[in-house]
Design a protein around this ligand. Structure first.
Ligand code: COA
Length: 170
C-alpha cells in the first residue's frame, strides 16, 4: 500500500482531461458542487473551509480529491476522488461534474484515471461507489466502467464495486 500524502500531489492525465490538486482559486467555479460530509457549501468561504478539511484528510492518508480540468479549455469541470476506506486497502470513489459539463464524457475518463491510480499506485484491492437507485447517469457511468452491482442499501441506495481481479489489463 502506498497511501497519501505523496511527495508531489498526483497529477494524471489523458488526451481529454487532467486530474490535479484543487486550489483556493477554483472555489468560485466549484461552489455549486462543493460538499463535505454530504453537506453543501452555501458560499465560497464555506467551500474554502470544506476544502481545508479535504486537504487535512489527504494529509492524514484518508482521502485523495482531484479537480478535473478539460485539456481543451483548461477549465475545471468537476471533481472526483477516493473518500473512505484507504486504510483497509479499499477506496470509495465519488465524483461530481458541474451541470454544464455533463453529457460530454469527461467523467468516464476521469474515473478511469482515478481507478488506474487507485489500483496501480495506491495498491487498492477493491473500489466501491454508492449511488441512489434513481441516479441513472451515475449507474450508467459505473456500468460503463465495469462496476458490478453489489448490494441494495437502506434509503434507496445501491453499492457498486470493482475488483482488481476483474481488470485483466492491470
Ligand atoms: C454522475 C455524473 C458525474 C455523470 O455525468 P455524465 O456527464 O453522464 O458522465 P460522463 O462525463 O462520463 O459523460 C457520459 C455521457 O456523455 C455522452 N457523451 C457525449 N459526448 C461524449 C464523448 N465525446 N465521449 C464520451 N461520452 C460522450 C455519453 O453518451 C454519455 O451520455 P449517456 O450516459 O446519456 O449515454 C453526473 O451526472 C453528476 O455529476 N451527477 C451528480 C453527482 C453524482 O451523482 N455522482 C455519482 C456518485 S457515484
Amino acid at each position: 500500500m502506498n497511501l497519501p500524502p505523496y511527495q508531489d500531489f498526483p497529477l494524471i492525465s489523458d488526451n481529454k482531461i487532467r486530474l490535479r490538486q484543487v486550489i483556493t482559486s477554483d472555489m468560485n467555479d466549484l461552489l455549486e458542487i462543493s460538499y463535505y460530509d454530504a453537506k453543501q457549501a452555501k458560499n465560497v468561504a464555506e467551500a474554502i473551509e470544506m476544502q481545508a478539511k479535504i486537504d487535512k484528510d489527504y494529509d492524514e492518508g484518508n482521502s485523495i480529491h482531484w479537480g478535473i480540468e478539460a485539456i481543451s479549455t483548461n477549465k475545471i469541470v468537476g471533481t472526483c476522488g477516493y473518500y473512505r476506506g484507504l486504510d483497509k486497502g479499499e477506496g470509495e470513489l465519488g465524483c461530481v461534474l458541474l451541470p454544464q459539463f455533463r453529457g460530454q464524457g469527461f467523467m468516464v475518463n476521469a474515473m478511469q484515471l482515478a481507478i488506474n491510480f487507485g489500483l496501480k499506485n495506491i495498491g487498492l484491492k477493491r473500489i466501491w461507489a454508492i449511488t441512489s437507485k434513481q441516479n441513472n447517469q451515475a449507474i450508467k457511468l459505473l456500468e460503463r466502467l465495469n462496476f458490478i452491482k453489489l448490494t441494495d442499501l437502506p434509503d434507496d441506495e445501491i453499492e457498486y464495486e470493482l475488483k482488481k481481479s476483474r481488470r485483466k489489463d492491470l
